[in-house]
Design a protein around this ligand. Structure first.
Ligand SMILES: *[C@@H]1O[C@H](CO)[C@@H](O)[C@H](O)[C@H]1NC(C)=O
Ligand SMILES: *[C@@H]1O[C@H](CO)[C@@H](O)[C@H](O)[C@H]1NC(C)=O
Ligand SMILES: *[C@@H]1O[C@H](CO)[C@@H](O)[C@H](O)[C@H]1NC(C)=O
Ligand SMILES: *[C@@H]1O[C@H](CO)[C@@H](O)[C@H](O)[C@H]1NC(C)=O
Ligand SMILES: *[C@@H]1O[C@H](CO)[C@@H](O)[C@H](O)[C@H]1NC(C)=O
Length: 383
């Protein structure tokens, strides 16, 4: 869908609601957004990576982060602010088609990253070798199916690291151009470190431009966005709710429910307290909040609130700011062009942003963000 390049990042900070939240309606498509206050004194700095950065993720223990830079994987040393780019490692050429990698996910044990390309395949990279600069860091690759899609945009791992779920944005003529979720099974690493796996199958989400995905904290439910319902219904995107156990073995049967989610919903996160599913809605200029517990059983009652932000929100992450009891935008932090993805440091003090349009990775110190509001004083739900 439309790729707009917003110049600023919004830190929309939603904390909690009082119990008196009244019925709300989903925001329609909109090209306007109100001016917001700039947060002064937030420490931020960028590193030029001379390529369009896309997905990025922190290592768990090492002082490093990884960023997709076209057909290579960049290694960032995060002991400085901003981090420095210390190395670029070529991904397995055979699996790459322009424009290269899109999304990256770290296994829960911190030992591997999975990289997907705007294509069909998964590349598996060993974190220790990547950081040490060994030439054999790429330890495996798994081919997907060309019938489920060739434009992979996001990858996520099951909580046991045994399966990878890949959003195939555009689908193919065989899927009726509906986007899909593809499922891969990963085998345990062999003695020499290689990792193999198998393609399991795919789930057609019966709607177009499948993008963001997130797992529920118990790992049993996968949420996924589709930017639009169909060719003839362009103003309503969907949020799909998928049963992970079924997805792992019998993907085509795993869809539980779908609900409307505004005009081109894209990325998703689940709140730290597990209760809220947040969705950025790119062409509504809003973030939506859904009650996680209702999405599978009462999807029509799950939409809770929306919050207006700047134009074309995409990436989304959590941070500790704002105040309990208030749903509010705290302010904006300037970024480079098209702040596309976020990564949160393991100590939660820094957020990295891939400023795709301006070819920079930006670091933001979120350890001392201002708090505003708090008039309602309800118990904090966290964010
Ligand atoms: C970024 O790095 C590239 C390559 O090293 C260089 O050509 C370019 O001028 C740099 N851009 C900026 C804004 O510093
Ligand atoms: C996987 O895809 C690559 C690149 O298209 C190809 O070279 C390779 O033969 C494929 N492997 C299998 C097992 O199909
Ligand atoms: C690593 O081991 C696997 C399985 O034992 C084997 O198929 C593969 O060829 C080995 N790779 C290397 C680089 O030795
Ligand atoms: C694609 O999704 C639409 C619903 O939006 C559905 O009518 C159509 O049958 C789907 N096509 C295929 C091939 O699944
Ligand atoms: C960072 O935040 C997450 C929740 O968002 C929490 O689970 C984790 O314990 C935090 N880490 C530290 C070091 O505070």
């Amino acid at each position: 869908m439309t790729r707009s390049f917003p110049a600023t990042l919004w830190l929309a900070v939603a904390v909690a609601w009082s119990t008196t939240v009244t019925a709300v309606s989903l925001p329609d498509c909109s090209t306007t957004a109100p001016e917001q206050a700039t947060l002064d004194h937030v420490r931020t700095a960028s590193v030029n990576v001379s390529d369009h950065p896309f997905g990025l993720v922190y290592a768990t223990k090492e002082r490093a982060a990884f960023v997709i830079l076209s057909t290579t994987l960049g290694v960032l040393d995060t002991s400085t602010f901003p981090p420095s780019l210390i190395r670029r490692v070529a991904l397995a050429e055979a699996y790459l088609s322009p424009p290269g990698g899109t999304s990256i996910a770290l296994t829960h044990d911190g030992r591997h990253v999975l990289v997907i390309t705007f294509s069909t395949d998964i590349v598996i990279v060993n974190v220790a070798r990547l950081i040490a600069g060994h030439s054999n860091a790429v330890v495996g690759a798994i081919n997907g199916s060309t019938t489920a899609g060739t434009t992979a945009i996001e990858v996520i791992l099951s909580s046991d690291d045994e399966c990878a779920f890949v959003s195939q944005e555009d689908g193919t003529p065989q899927t009726g151009l509906n986007g899909t979720i593809e499922v891969f099974r990963l085998n345990k690493p062999t003695a020499n470190g290689s990792v193999s796996g198998e393609y399991v199958g795919s789930l057609n989400l019966m709607s177009r431009f499948v993008v963001g995905s997130a797992l529920s904290p118990d790992g049993r439910t996968l949420y996924a966005t589709s930017e639009v319902r169909s060719n003839t219904d362009l103003r309503r995107g969907t949020l799909s709710v998928i049963e992970v156990n079924t997805l792992r073995t019998n993907p085509s049967q795993a869809l539980i429910t779908r609900t409307n989610a505004g005009c081109e919903p894209v990325r998703i996160i689940v709140s730290a307290n597990k209760r809220i599913v947040w969705v950025t809605v790119k062409e509504s200029n809003h973030h939506l909040a859904f009650v996680a517990g209702k999405l599978a059983t009462h999807p029509d009652e799950a939409f809770l609130a929306s919050i207006q932000v700047e134009t074309s929100p995409v990436g989304l992450t959590r941070c500790a700011c704002g105040a309990a009891g208030k749903l509010a935008v705290v302010g904006e932090i300037p970024t480079g062009m098209f702040s596309r993805e976020f990564a949160r440091s393991p100590d939660n003090k820094t957020i990295l942003v891939s400023d795709y349009g301006s070819r920079e990775v930006q670091a933001i110190d979120v350890s001392r963000l201002p708090a505003r509001g708090g008039r309602h004083g309800a118990s904090a739900w966290g964010f």
